[in-house]
Structure formats: structure tokens, C-alpha cells
Write a protein that binds this ligand. Sequence first.
Ligand SMILES: NC(=O)c1ccc[n+]([C@@H]2O[C@H](COP(=O)([O-])OP(=O)(O)OC[C@H]3O[C@@H](n4cnc5c(N)ncnc54)[C@H](O)[C@@H]3O)[C@@H](O)[C@H]2O)c1
Length: 254
Amino acid sequence: MRRLDGKVILVAGAGGIGGGLARRFAAEGARVVLGDIDPTIAEEAVSDIAKSGGEARAITLDGADEASVAAAVATCREAYGGLDGLHANFATLADEPGDRGILELPLEVFDFTQRVNMRGYYLCTRAALPALLERGGGAIVYTSSIAAYTGPPSQVAYAMAKAAGHALMRHVASRYGAAGIRANIIAPGMTLHERVEAGLTPEFLEVMKSAALIKSRFGRPEDIAAMSALLMSDEGSYITGQAICIDGGMTMRA
Ligand SMILES: NC(=O)c1ccc[n+]([C@@H]2O[C@H](COP(=O)([O-])OP(=O)(O)OC[C@H]3O[C@@H](n4cnc5c(N)ncnc54)[C@H](O)[C@@H]3O)[C@@H](O)[C@H]2O)c1
């Protein structure tokens, strides 16, 4: 399928899922700018894309820094002539280690998590919107988490930031829908790739598997990428303002 031919897409945050997004977008014909705070992570995916004949660039991007985000959008304009899609995907898991609730989590970890995961998506949106509007419209997809719904006993800062992304998505969808902008958010459940697998115990994986309705496998970056490619494409042109869980049925949200 070449549903993204002619489109330019900025993927903010490489890593397991971001690399999967970039590979899928490029395979469907998009020209991709893939940014990460650690450029070597973006370069790995971009090198795979080049080997498969796709078109992509790796850049250093700090999604929590306004100038860095503006530079990423400028790269899209300079390298490929504009911007048709943004997938804001990066996240810090700074509040993950240890079983810490609101009383135990240091305020600076809370602040840092909001700065990257919440304010960062806000900054990316502010930088991308003018470029999307210049093209007469476009698509924004955000990566959330089922943590936005499940009320985890730890990771309060992460869950709060992810839930805020849903409010941001709805704002963008409602305010800019008439101008041709669509906004949607994908909430993954357990999505396995090399980078997350390294930190998980077999016991934890068993618990996650038993909580999902699909038990034959875990989610993969390709599952998230397939949905985002649909949302970025003209086939998704009547889908906006939606939150879509890709979690093997774990949350069964109506
Ligand atoms: N893997 C899962 O099970 C899972 C589940 C739910 C949600 N998610 C979400 O999916 C997204 C991708 O996660 P992943 O599993 O690929 O993790 P990952 O660690 O492989 O990727 C995250 C990337 O974000 C980058 N990053 C961190 N801070 C940044 C910043 N300030 N600016 C730019 N880049 C920055 C990291 O360097 C990393 O490459 C995240 O938003 C995460 O919250 C993942």
C-alpha cells in the first residue's frame, strides 16, 4: 500500500514504537523526519528505511524544547517542502522506577515528566499546526498509554501527562477540524520491542498477558504503526477526535 505517497510526516520520538512508525510511513510512500533526543536511535531506523529504498532523515530533537521542535518543523519544510502529518510519540519514564505514589514521588520528577510528556506534546502541536495549515490541512496523532485510563497505583505523573494528551487532542480536533486538521490519539497497552523487553521480568509479562483478551502474543510497534498510517492517510479522512486503545482488549473501552 502506498497510501502516504507525497506526504511529509514528522515523527517526534524514535525508539521501539517511533522506529516502527517511521518504517511504516516510509514504506507507504511518505518522506519522514524522525527526531529523538538521542539521535543514534533515530539514525538506526533511518538507515533501515534507506536500505529499503524509503526516504527519511534523522535529527536530534528535544520535544520539550521549543526551539528544538521549531527546528524539526523547519527541517521538514527545507528538506521536503512542508508538513502533512505529525506523530508525537516520545516519552520519559522518569517516574517509573520503584513503587512510588503521589506521596513518594519527588516533585522534580513530577515536573520533569510533565515538561516532557505533557508540555512537549503541546509544543510539538504549536510548532506543527501552522505548517499543516499552510498545506490546507493534515493529521496529528499522539501516543498515549492505557495508563491514561487504568489508574495505575504508581506512575502517577506519567498517567496524568498521558491523560492530558487526550484533552490536547480533543482541543486540536475541535478548534481546527474546519480548517482540515484531524487529531487522534493511540493508547497502547503492553507493546514489546527490544528496548522495553530488556527491563521486564517474565513474571510481569505473564501478568500482562493474562490481563489482555488476546493471549497469543503481545502488542508490537507494527500494531501502533498500522493504526497511525491509517489515521495519517486519506483512508482515515473521516476519523478525528478519537482515542484508540491498541491493547489486545485489555481495557475494552466503548
Ligand atoms: N512500549 C509500551 O509497552 C508502551 C505502552 C504504552 C505507551 N507507550 C508509549 O509509546 C511511546 C513510545 O514508547 P516506546 O515503547 O517506543 O519507548 P522507547 O523508550 O523505545 O521510545 C521512547 C523514545 O522517546 C525518546 N525521548 C525521551 N525524551 C525525549 C525528548 N524530550 N525529546 C525527544 N525524544 C525523547 C527516547 O530517547 C526514546 O527513543 C511513548 O509515548 C510511551 O509512553 C509505550
